[in-house]
Structure formats: C-alpha cells, structure tokens
Design a protein around this ligand. Structure first.
Ligand code: PMT
Length: 406
C-alpha cells in the first residue's frame, strides 16, 4: 500500500489506443500510495476522457498550454517542478519524436523540456512504426539524455498485427515505478541524519511598508533541500520570503528578517548533523524601525534621507561556534577575488566547507543555473555551469563524502 507514499507522479498520456490502459496504471499508482496528476495531449483526449482521469486522481487534468484558469491553479512550470517522476504512457511515435527534438508545442512536451525530474516513457505503437529507424533513433537519443524506456512488449496489436509495439501492462509499469524508487532508497546515505538549510533573502524593515532586501530567489537553497531529502535526510529549511513552494518531504519554516532567521536556525541547529547556509542574509538592518511610514520631506532643500544601519548577527558563524561538532557549509557570494575571499570566510567562520559563488553580471542570483567552486581545508572541486538542480545533487554528494570522512 505505501511503497509510493509521499511520491508525486505526473502521468503523461499521448494519443494512442493504449491510452485506455492508463486509467488502470493511475489506479495502481494511487493504490501504492502515490499522489498522481495527469497531463494529456489533445490526441489522448480522443481515446480517454479527462473526466475519467480526474475522477480517479481527484485532481484536475492538465491538457492545454494556454489555459489561463489551469495556469493560475498550477502553472506548467510548477507542475514540472512538482513531480518526483514523470511517466508517459502510452508514448506515441509522434510524442517520442517531438521529445527527441526538444519541441514545446503542447503542454506535455513543454513540461518535459522544463523539468529536471526523471522522465519515463512506455512506447506504444504499430510494430512497423516502432521498428522504423526514425523512431529507433529518437528513442536512442532520449535514452542518452537520461529518459528511461519501459518496453514495448511483443504480442497482438490493436491494429490486428503481431509484433513489438504493445504498451507494457499497467501493473508491470507500476511495479517498475516502485522498483525505481526503491533503487533510489538504497542510495539514501543520509537516512537518520538531519540537514538544516537556510535559503532565500531576508527583509529588513525600514517602516511598515518598506524594507531592504536582495535578489536571492531561494532556488539554490531549495534545490539543495530537495537533493538532501532524496539522499534520505530529514531536511529542515529556514527560508526567507520567496515565490517557491516547499520541496516535497521537506519541513519549511518561513521567516522575514535576519534576526528571525538567526533565532530559528540556532534553535534547529541543536538537532542537526549538517548545516548549509545558502541564504543571502542581510549584513545590515535599519538601526531603528519607524513605527509610521516615513514621509517625503516637504522642504525641497533637504531632499536626501540618511538611514542608520546596524550590523546583523552572523547566523553561519554563530552556528559553527555554538555547535562545533556540526558539519557546517557556507556559501561565499563574491563579485571579485572569488577564491581568496571564500578561503578567508572558510577560516574566519570556522567552517568545514565553503562554496565559492561568483555573483553579479547576471550570475547566480535568481538564475536557474549556477557554477561553483567547493573548497575545504585540504581540497577543492569545481562544478561547471549547469542547472541548480544538478549543482545541488553533485554538491550534496561532495558534502556527504566529506561529512562521512569527518
Ligand atoms: O537564491 P538564488 O537566487 O538561487 O541565489 C543563490 C545565491 C547566489 C544566493 C547562493 O548561491 C549564495 O551564494 N548564497 C550566499 C549569499 C551570501 O550572502 O553570501 P555572503 O558571502 O554574503 O555570506 C557568506 C555566508 O555567511 C553565507 O553562507 C551566508 O548565508 C552566511 N551569512 C551571512 C551573513 C549573515 N548575517 N549570516 C549568515 O549566515
């Protein structure tokens, strides 16, 4: 019953007679504990109604890229991020070709292009379409890009012919999904460990309507939280104000100011094994909070306004000094002298590791990609520019290795 508990699966359905079997696949995945959402191509809706899938999943079915109502409820990018796994069944020859060529001409192909989530496909088509070199080459391309193919099976086909091209049976596909997740489980090296992460910006209030903040979107920290969760850790995420949903399986505490982030983090650090500080915490905050909105000066000769700022507590430094046994990882966001400045922060803040992050000129802050240099006392490793999801995964592998060595 619970083999897929807490797993979010997005089922994609393309146009083919096997689409009717997807209702059974949906039921099987839900029975195993998964939360399922469905995205259908227009052609798929000719073979099975969205209403059937909606009734089975209890969620609205997504099929139109330009549906403003559906986009407002859960946009396609959000849907792409929501899933732990995407299973396209049946995957028609046409959809396979579009995916292989990176098309984004309907909702399903757009989601596949806009996600880092593992994509599984269960091809289903006439045997000659399947054996055609075009389809075979497209499948090879997808496999090289990390897609997982299931089947097709051999046997009698809906068109009356016999050969390879039948979609795998729904129960077999559901078992393959379970096997995929349990395979992941065996590599859950952080099971039993707690990883504490700060992410996003902080807001330092000037008066009831104004604040000082920065450009951090939280994407880097949230990607690290997901990567740590996938490694089996219990993840505590202390986040400043961002537009992101809490990652699946992660406990999130929302805060606003640096002081609030400081107090929550110090409190949670007592029970943590690893602390990763990705947040862009404000170094200064207004020395005084104006109880009323600061009015514009009427005297034109006195147009400037001076705000006195005070230094905020350093969360990372306080954590590493209060909990010397905790494995602490800092980030150094630098516009110049990247490595030198990062190394100095590593020592000054008494850290086990620091991630040097070149920022400015449209880099790192609020971007989907990043490029980092990981530095520890007697080692260094570069991660070239890639998505923050990929960076997070590789960074967590390095952290886990160093943590185990400590
Ligand atoms: O959120 P994104 O848009 O995805 O962008 C990601 C990022 C660029 C914000 C992230 O990758 C990053 O570099 N985060 C660190 C930002 C930062 O404030 O760096 P810093 O060099 O000023 O601070 C050094 C370290 O001390 C950081 O780990 C920071 O979290 C921590 N710090 C700083 C000040 C403070 N008062 N308390 C802290 O804990």
């Amino acid at each position: 019953m619970s083999a897929l508990k807490n797993k979010r699966i997005l089922i994609g359905i393309s146009g083919g007679i096997a689409a009717y079997k997807t209702a059974e696949l949906t039921r099987a995945l839900i029975k195993k504990g998964a939360e399922v959402r469905v995205c259908m191509t227009k052609a798929a809706t000719e073979f099975i109604t969205p209403l059937t899938l909606q009734a089975l999943t209890g969620n609205p079915v997504h099929s139109d890229l330009l549906d403003t109502e559906a986009e407002a409820a859960m946009g396609h990018i959000e849907l792409a991020r929501w899933a732990d796994l995407i299973m396209i069944a049946p995957a028609s020859a046409d959809l396979i070709a579009r995916l292989a060529h990176g098309h984004a001409n309907d909702l399903l192909s757009t989601i596949c292009l806009a996600t880092d989530t593992p994509i599984h496909i269960a091809p289903a088509m006439n045997r000659l379409m399947w054996s055609n070199k075009a389809t075979q080459d497209n499948c090879k391309t997808l496999a090289q890009r990390g897609f997982t193919l299931h089947g097709p099976a051999e046997g009698e086909q809906a068109c009356g012919e016999t050969g390879a091209g039948r979609m795998l049976e729904p129960l077999e596909l559901a078992e393959n999904v379970v096997a995929k997740f349990s395979q992941e489980k065996t590599s859950q090296v952080l099971t039993g460990k707690t990883v504490l992460i700060t992410a996003g910006p902080t807001r330092e209030a000037i008066d009831p309507v104004r604040y000082i903040t920065n450009r951090s979107s939280g994407k880097m920290g949230y990607a690290i939280a997901s990567a740590a969760q996938r490694l089996g850790a219990e993840v505590q995420l202390v986040s400043g104000p961002v537009a992101l949903e809490a990652p699946n399986g992660v406990t999130r505490t929302l805060v606003e100011s640096a002081l609030q982030m400081h107090d929550k983090t110090l409190n949670l650090a007592k029970n943590a094994d690893i602390f990763i500080a990705t947040a862009a915490v404000a170094d200064y905050s207004p020395a005084q909070f104006a109880q009323q909105k600061i009015k514009k000066k009427k005297d034109k000769t006195k147009e400037s306004l001076t705000l006195e700022l005070q230094t905020n507590k350093d969360i990372l430094s306080d954590v590493s000094h209060t909990f010397p046994n905790l494995f602490t990882v800092g980030f150094a966001a630098e516009t110049e002298n990247l490595i030198e400045n990062a190394q100095s922060k590593l020592k000054r803040k008494k850290l086990d590791m620091i991630v040097a992050n070149q920022v400015g000129e449209n880099k790192a802050f609020d971007k989907d990609t990043n490029q980092i240099e990981i530095i520890w006392a007697d080692g260094q490793q570069s991660l070239p520019e890639q998505t923050k999801t990929e960076i997070a995964k590789e960074l967590m592998e390095v952290i886990t290795e160093r943590f185990s060595a400590k």
